[in-house]
Design a binder for this molecule. Sequence first.
Ligand SMILES: [Mg+2]
Length: 355
Amino acid sequence: MPYKAIKEIGEFRLIGKISEIAEPTLEAVPDLINGIGDDCAVYKVSDTLLQVATTDILVDQIHFDLLTTPIKHLGSKAISVNVSDICAMNALPRYALISLAIPPSFTVEMIEELYRGMQHAALHYGIAIAGGDTSSSRSGLVISVSMVGEVHPDRVTLRKGAEPGDLVCVTGALGGAAAGLRLLMREKEIMLEHIENNEPYNRNVMADLQEYREAIKRQLLPLARLETVRFLEAQGVRPSAMIDISDGLSSDLQHICSQSGTGALIHENRIPIHAETRLIADELQQDALTWALTGGEDYELLFTIPKNCSGLIEHSRDISIIGEITEAEAGISITDIYGMTIDLTAIKGFDHFQT
Ligand SMILES: [Mg+2]
């Protein structure tokens, strides 16, 4: 049988194949409540406590580019993206383990700066960096962060659990991280052009991009929505399903629907998009809605709640109700501002092996 390139099947089918082989057996770990296929694994510690665990890898030239990313920000982002996965389980983060593969050209000061960013974020979220491992790397920098969190069994929220009639909610605004990335990529091109033409390059990238500070910040320094987890608890609302938006609204809503066995209908005019994101899209002749749907890396929370909870979340300016969960047969769609209904599954999010 001929070998198959990973890009032929894509990231999500690869994860499917991995879980067929590595599916945990209940005999080996009777307390494992949820294995591969959610934002975190879930493990029962006691009748009143569950532990959740996640791991995320950041690779040079795949997830970041040190030409446009201050290394301290990168450290902070590595912590935030893991906290975001813990939040997606409606859980609170506790501690992190950090593994690094470091190229020989790196200095001690660079790694110290990376860790200063990590520690800054850890203090912000109230977690501890509790250990890790280091190795040398023959290619670029690789950062792998694993994180453990805690949640009461009555609060834990999986991707499955959405029911027809539930409301689809999203925190914050979308598309900003994609807009910020495009601006940084444009700046990098200008920088490389200067180098190629042997011209001096002395623009201060960050100062030059002041105008679009928010979008750049969304890309370089995303913040996990820990306060939303606390807000939902204070309001007595437990979402029926939840995921964090790392691949893009379209793709992540599809994850909730496929695991819950439902469809969904969302509305373009209710999707929160930052004004600055729209300005950048106009300037770069791109479409802000496409960034919001497929850009990814916004690290906002996407969740569903029973209809009768809508009053409880109306107090939050940070949460928008963008649509409703439907029966599976109705598919997953979006209505545009003219009232036309479009199949959302045709709009793809980020796949690491198919770009
Ligand atoms: Mg996630």
